[in-house]
Design a protein around this ligand. Structure first.
Ligand code: FAD
Ligand code: MLT
Ligand code: ZN
Length: 470
């Protein structure tokens, strides 16, 4: 059966676009190197019709499909399991910008378009596609939508869902749903687009999307400010929101230990602040540079007068702004270099964050006294990356084996007690399926299973991801 399937797949895509031999690590191992699977093959279609043909072939042979974009996902949802039975369906060759409609403020792009290329297509028309992630040079718009990615501009422009107007999707039966609408208003029935966004490849294969573009702000300005404590950070956020309103486009939190890890693994990155307890990366947009500078300086002066901010630097050039962003975006890379760690991508009401931080760390240390806690994230959205690194000298594998379950329990109990979420922006994938089973309400799970059963009755789309077995 495997041989007949592969032969038919080759006939459909051509030999070079069906990978079975050689080094397939790029497709079989996830970015964090927590999941290493084995694929039946990697299929690389070039157009929607080929995706549909591959899905029909899989349906007739009962072959499970793992859709994959840039393979930068952090929850193990885009790599095959170890069975050697799952087909990786890579969208990487479908990378065309089909159209930009500047008057309608939309772009229609294929799923395998790298996020940076979508941004560039908007820029070429004097417009902005505001989804911004540290992985933007490799992740794809299909993967962004499938995981409803967030990133650093959500407080101003929303997450991937809010930036998408229409989708083209290949269904589990191999049919093409053309929902590539650029309409801002369309109440003609259930919103199918929103079903597929965030479904992590379990309900359909996204082959193209119509995304929202925005006017480019006249100027943006970036600053890095030191804050003495988390209460001061929250007070700064309050002040920034009230002074800047929609002009506040980024408010990123970085705890001191994250900067210490950066210094260890990226010594060439210039750190302008002197070992702050907390740092905040602020981005402000305004009509022109003078206005942006006036507004940002007024905010920082006021915050400093109230003791909310100590040292602060405002980027004097675009190159300096890029350097400040590079500091923030390199934190996950520094953590990866430090060793495998436990990631908690959590959402909380912003007001609950100080209480959460004060309560949880002592509890975690009661179990692992020398635990290293790495905190950063998109504070403006209430999204913390509350990551746990093994004590210095403890092998990461031992740390995960002995402590992951209990540390997770402690963190997620505290998150849910405050009305938070155990997955803010990275999704569920394979990593958090057990949390879904344990922590999602039975009603929510039953509704999700009903949807899955309706759209993928044979369970061939990314099985084992997102939904726990019944
Ligand atoms: P993949 O990793 O290939 O796939 C992700 C999921 O989507 C998988 O379940 C896969 O099966 C499914 N999928 C992929 N393509 C399709 C498709 N066309 N149709 C259906 N299903 C599909 N995430 C954030 O939200 N915010 C951040 O700030 C952020 N920063 C990051 C920084 C770094 C350094 C890294 C490594 C990752 C970061 N991520 C972030 C996570 C990741 O980049 C995003 O989740 C991204 O959206 C994944 O895109 P991808 O193309 O790599 O998807
Ligand atoms: C980030 O905000 O840097 C990303 O979500 C990636 C990560 O946390 O690893
Ligand atoms: Zn993030």
């Amino acid at each position: 059966m495997g041989a007949a399937f592969l032969q038919a797949l080759r006939a459909c895509l051509g030999d070079p676009n069906v990978l079975v031999d050689g080094d397939l690590d790029a497709f079989e191992v996830d970015w964090r190197k927590r999941y290493r699977g084995r694929a039946l093959a990697v299929a690389r279609p070039s157009c929607t019709a080929e995706v549909a043909a591959v899905v029909r072939l899989c349906a007739s042979h009962g072959v499970p499909i793992v859709p994959q974009g840039g393979n930068t996902g952090l929850v193990g949802g885009g790599v095959p399991d170890a069975s050697g039975r799952q087909l990786v369906l890579s969208l990487a060759r479908m990378a065309r910008v089909r159209a930009v409609d500047a008057d309608n403020l939309t772009a229609t792009v294929e799923a395998g378009c790298v996020l940076q290329d979508v941004q560039a297509a908007a820029t070429a028309h004097g417009l902005l596609f505001p989804l911004r992630l540290g992985s933007e040079g490799s992740c794809t718009i299909g993967g962004n939508l499938a995981s409803n990615a967030g990133g650093t501009q959500v407080l101003r422009y929303g997450n991937a869902r809010e930036l998408c107007l229409g989708l083209e999707v290949v269904t589990a039966a191999g049919e093409v749903w053309d929902g590539l609408s650029g309409l801002r208003k369309d109440n003609s029935g259930y919103d199918l687009r929103d079903l597929f966004i965030g479904s992590e490849g379990t309900l359909g294969i996204i082959t193209a999307a119509t995304v929202k573009l925005h006017p480019r702000p006249g100027a943006t300005l970036t600053a890095l400010a030191a804050c003495p404590g988390i209460d001061a950070v929250l007070a700064l956020l309050r002040a920034a929101r009230s002074r800047l309103d929609a002009g506040l486009t980024g408010f990123e939190l970085i705890e001191g230990f994250a900067l210490h890890l950066l210094a260890r693994h990226y010594p060439d990155l210039r750190q302008p602040l002197d070992a702050p307890a907390w740092a905040v990366l602020l981005e402000v947009a305004a009509g022109d540079e003078t206005e942006a500078r006036e507004r940002l300086h007024a905010l920082l002066d006021e915050a400093s007068a109230h003791g909310l901010v100590g040292d602060a630097v405002v980027a004097a050039s675009l190159a300096q702004a890029r350097e400040l962003w590079q500091l923030r975006e390199s934190i996950p890379l520094a953590q990866a270099r430090e060793g495998l760690n436990i990631k908690h991508d959590i959402a909380l009401p912003v007001s609950a964050i100080p209480g959460f931080l004060a309560e949880v760390e002592p509890r975690l240390r009661a179990e692992v006294p020398d635990l290293r806690v790495v905190v950063y994230g998109h504070l403006g959205d209430g999204n913390l990356h509350y990551n746990l690194q093994a004590p210095q000298g403890m092998p990461a594998a031992d740390f995960l084996q002995h402590h992951e379950a209990s540390l997770n329990r402690c963190v997620y109990d505290a998150v849910l007690a405050r009305g938070g979420s155990f997955s803010a922006e990275h999704g569920i994938g394979a990593l958090k399926v057990a949390e879904m089973a344990a922590r999602k309400s039975p009603v929510a799970l039953a509704l999700m299973r009903t949807i899955k059963q309706a759209l993928d009755p044979h369970g061939l789309l990314n099985p084992g991801r997102v939904l726990p077995p019944p």
